[in-house]
Design a protein. Structure first.
Length: 554
């Protein structure tokens, strides 16, 4: 067999990736990763994507994971190519996404001797990784086979469940690098070890807590979890649900769902509860997080994660399990319910919905642009928000839209947003709301639209700078603010649209705002940072007045 040792090792690794659930692979081209790239390409059941930019390739893989809930592999050659994976690896680690990083490497004799395209790749992602291994050079002994089996038995623990996260396989190869491409029988699927994780729990200790009465539920990103039992529990225990924009609960018509939580806790921060149930990841709203941090009542965190996200305050109880299992168990408890908050929260929500609707009708700014476009997006399409202002405007104004919403809210970075959205677009029609700086930051990612022609609309909110900083104390330092934080770029994105074969249209925030019909579109909306800031302050003033009048009437 030609290159038998190399072929046996690499084909065994690829076979086990498939056996443990990988169905998609992103390949950043390079020489030292040749054995991996070729083996992936000849596997008849794997879908491969070629991405020429390593940073974008890794974020694109994150989008595939978000769309499918499956582990996805990304590969690159040796040297600084691997370093470019770091931003996406850190996002995957904090978000609990099973990104499988395979880095081709120089053999051990070429490390740390000045050989070209060689850096120390061992433990290079150690701050952001769940499992890592530096494989030995391939040989024909049985021990490499056993090592690969042991590696996947250990690493696959991080592909699913409460410990999901990125893993790193570093694979050094000696030349020649071409495997035997006819040995496809080595890729034949085999059964793997499976794990049965129980999801039952005794909640009897919470009966006394729940019987106290006035509780609320705060639901963040639950990562594709079943939501039916959450709604049933809210109904049974009369719990208002503060639905974060990433909770996917805003899609549902339900009396207990509160969609205006960010504005509510900004304008009415003295609300009190007897207990709080937090579900999933921390919410987007700074106002709601600040309120949670100040509460003295018991808080329960339901999050399927062995190392829970305790922000904004350490909970009194943590249940490491799927929300569906927790609330199904909760529904079996015999508890007398005395909760009067749900009607009060519904009054608040109806009041603020009217205020926000009137604001959208009468004010032209970046936030109302987002609101008007959201209402035009069909329910079966995906909305992906960039960080900074887009996700916050979405949280405030996404009241009537029933589309599913996603965002890179692990490390909350503005890098890789274009690429992640394009990864999701491999499976669904996507509408990306993104600011001009974030768009510039990942313009290279647009190459995947040119290569693959995914269905996606890029809605670029161009306020010529960093709009989020207008809401921070730095804004008061007028002499320094614009250069250090405003950072105007004066970019015209029509040129990017032409380069990457997107249909381009533009509008000002005061124009009629219409979602493009094209599913290969870049829609640039020119907005004004200062007007956006002032409009938000105006909305908060109107909301406070309306809530004050509501309280006076009651």
């Amino acid at each position: 067999m030609k290159n038998e040792a190399l072929t046996r090792q690499v084909f065994h690794v690829i076979k086990r990736l498939y056996d443990y659930g990988v169905r998609e692979v992103v390949i950043a081209p390079g020489s030292r990763s040749t054995p991996l790239a070729m083996a992936f390409e000849v596997h008849s059941e794997l879908k491969t994507y070629i991405h020429p930019d390593e940073r974008g390739a890794a974020f694109f893989a994150l989008g595939l994971i978000k769309a499918t809930e499956r582990p996805v592999a990304v590969i690159c050659t040796s040297g600084t190519a691997a370093s470019n994976f770091t931003p996406a690896v850190s996002e995957a680690f904090i978000s609990g996404l099973p990104l499988i990083i395979l880095t081709g490497d120089r053999p051990h004799e070429l490390r740390n001797v000045g050989a070209p395209q060689a850096i120390d790749q061992v433990r290079m992602f150690s701050n952001f990784i769940k499992f890592e291994i530096d494989f030995p050079i391939a040989d024909l002994f049985e021990s490499p086979h056993d090592l690969i089996e042991a590696t996947f038995l250990q690493a696959s623990h991080y592909f699913t469940g409460s410990d999901r996260g990125p893993v790193h396989f570093n694979l050094p190869f000696r030349e020649p690098l071409i495997p035997d491409l006819d040995a496809v029988e080595l890729l034949q699927a085999e059964p793997v070890t499976s794990f049965d994780v129980g999801q039952s729990v005794d909640l009897s200790g919470l009966k006394t807590l729940i019987q106290k009465g006035n509780g609320i539920m705060v639901v963040g990103d639950c990562q594709h979890q079943s939501l039916g039992s959450i709604l049933q529990a809210a109904e049974h225990y009369r719990l208002p649900i503060i639905a974060d924009i990433l909770s996917h609960l805003r899609q549902h018509e339900h009396h207990h769902i509160i969609r205006t939580g960010d504005t509510l806790f900004k304008c009415q921060p003295d609300i009190a509860a007897d207990f709080i149930i937090r579900v999933g990841k921390p919410v987007v709203s700074k106002q709601l997080n600040q309120w949670l941090a100040k509460q003295k009542c018991p808080q329960i965190l339901v999050q399927e994660k062995s190392e829970p996200d305790t922000f904004p305050v350490v909970p009194d109880y943590h249940f490491n399990m799927k929300p569906a299992a927790f609330f199904s168990s909760m529904l079996n408890m015999d508890v007398e319910v005395h909760n009067s908050l749900v009607d009060l929260f519904k009054q608040y929500d109806d009041c603020l919905t009217e205020v926000i609707d009137a604001h959208v009708e009468s004010v032209d700014d970046e936030g109302t642009v987002v609101a008007r476009l959201l209402e035009q997006i069909p329910e079966d399409e995906i909305v992906f928000f960039g960080n900074s202002m887009p996700i916050r405007d979405g949280d405030t104004f996404m009241i009537h839209s029933r589309a599913r919403v996603f965002c890179n809210r692990g490390a909350n970075g503005i890098d890789g947003v274009v690429s992640t959205a394009l990864g999701m677009a491999a499976h669904s029609m996507v509408n990306l709301f993104i600011g001009d700086i974030s768009m510039y930051h990942d313009m290279n990612g647009l190459i995947m639209h040119k290569l693959e022609r995914f269905n996606i609309r890029f809605i670029v909110l161009n306020n010529n700078g960093g709009g989020i900083f207008s809401y921070l104390p730095q804004k008061k330092e007028e002499q320094l603010f614009e250069r250090l934080y405003g950072t105007p770029l004066n970019l015209d994105f029509s040129h990017a649209a032409a380069l990457y074969e997107l249909d381009y249209t533009s509008a000002a925030q005061s124009d009629e705002i219409t979602l493009p019909e094209s599913t290969h579109a870049l829609y640039e909306v020119i907005t004004d940072r200062e007007e956006n800031y002032q409009a938000h302050q105006s909305l908060y003033r109107k909301a406070k007045v309306a809530l004050g009048a509501l309280s006076a009437d009651s």
